[in-house]
Ligand binder design. Structure first.
Ligand code: COI
Length: 354
């Protein structure tokens, strides 16, 4: 492997869009910073990463990504503390996961040194786009696409690894209600559910649109075999609080091993909150809601952080959840954000200074 530490090709943008951006009214994932990172895989190796002005790509219409969806991505965030220092949250986890996803999609793994050096250079160049203050962050989207021309249905020999960045506030702008899926699933055993494969997300748009027509914002996938067990939401892992116990489904072939999810489980242990990582059935949750024992539900994910779920639907039943002052959602969001923004001790070594 080449030594890339000093080999990133940096091409600065001659002008910035930052003054045209209204940071008080951001819609998630709509505005992108001035620069992006692009690194090509060809002749059997990753070439020198290039940081260049953000802009369109030129690809052959026959590029494999358009035909066979050979594409994976990640979601990360950068935070700025009161002293203008920039922090990432557990970036090693995202790096490992994108390579795990790549491997499943027959995409060559990306070298760690390339990833961290290029990401740090990109963040330093676009640091003014990271605004201070709880809730402000820079959403980082690394992704890999198969660029080789030709529609033969086999793994490509050419790829692009890219990183683009978007200033972010909250992912959902209002209350979130979810629909338990009766017939749709994210993935089946042996499939690609554990990977952040582009197709896992594209396949959710249709069922989510059906749920939206009924007044829900998200769908909760149920297992492909029986549709009796709750797995994850379209954009987040999912937690249930029954009594004072926190329950979430185990990760497996079908469920994404979310970084926020595993951080919540670690914090729960630290603060002696009883947790159970086990299958959660639709029946159990519906019955608990009917008896008033389902105190809360929340989703966890990088984009959404911790998102309280205020109600859910199953078949033609609709349930509203109590509004708790002392919710676990609020507790974990506060604990996580204080670590992310360098306002609390980082006991587990999760923060990474850029
Ligand atoms: C993230 O939380 O980063 C995700 O990948 C969810 C995304 C589909 C918005």
């Amino acid at each position: 492997m080449k030594n890339l530490t000093s080999m990133i090709d940096i091409q600065r943008s001659p002008n910035s869009k930052i003054n045209d951006t209204n940071f008080d009214n951001l819609v998630f994932g709509q505005v992108f910073t001035d620069h992006m990172m692009e690194c090509d895989f060809k002749d059997g190796e990753w070439q020198t990463p290039v940081i260049k002005p953000y802009g369109p790509l030129s690809l052959e219409p026959s590029a494999r990504v358009f035909h066979y969806g050979q594409a994976v991505f990640e979601g990360m965030k950068a935070y700025k503390d009161k002293d203008e220092k920039i922090w990432l949250f557990r970036p090693d986890q995202n790096f490992e996961r994108i390579n795990k996803s790549s491997k499943r999609l027959a995409i060559p793994e990306f070298p760690k040194e390339y990833f961290f050096n290029a990401l740090e250079e990109l963040l330093k160049l676009d640091k003014d786009w990271i605004k201070k203050g709880f809730g402000n962050s820079l959403y980082i989207r690394p992704f890999v696409i198969a660029t080789e021309a030709g529609v033969s249905a086999s793994a490509a020999k050419e790829y692009k690894f890219m990183i683009i960045c978007s200033p972010a506030q909250s992912y959902y702008s209002g209350e979130v209600r979810v629909k338990f899926s009766e017939k749709f699933s994210r993935a089946a055993d042996g499939g690609v559910g554990f990977a952040k494969a582009a197709g896992n997300y594209g396949a959710q748009f249709y069922p989510t649109n059906l749920a939206k027509e009924e007044g829900f914002q998200q769908i909760i996938w149920t297992d492909a075999n029986t549709h009796d067990y709750l797995e994850e939401a379209g954009t987040m892992n999912i937690f249930f609080r029954i009594g004072d116990k926190l329950i979430t489904a185990p990760t497996n072939d079908r469920i994404l091993d979310g970084v926020t999810r595993k951080s919540v489980l670690t914090l729960a242990e630290e603060f002696n909150i009883e947790t159970e990582v086990r299958r959660v059935s639709v029946k159990e949750v519906v019955e608990a809601a009917e008896k008033g024992e389902l105190k809360e539900m929340f989703g966890s994910g990088t984009a959404t952080v911790i998102n309280p779920i205020v109600g859910f639907g199953y078949k033609d039943q609709k349930f509203e959840l109590p509004k708790l002052e002392d919710s676990y959602a609020k507790f974990f969001k506060d604990k996580l954000m204080k670590i992310q923004y360098n306002e609390a001790e980082d006991k587990f070594g999760w923060r990474y200074e850029v």
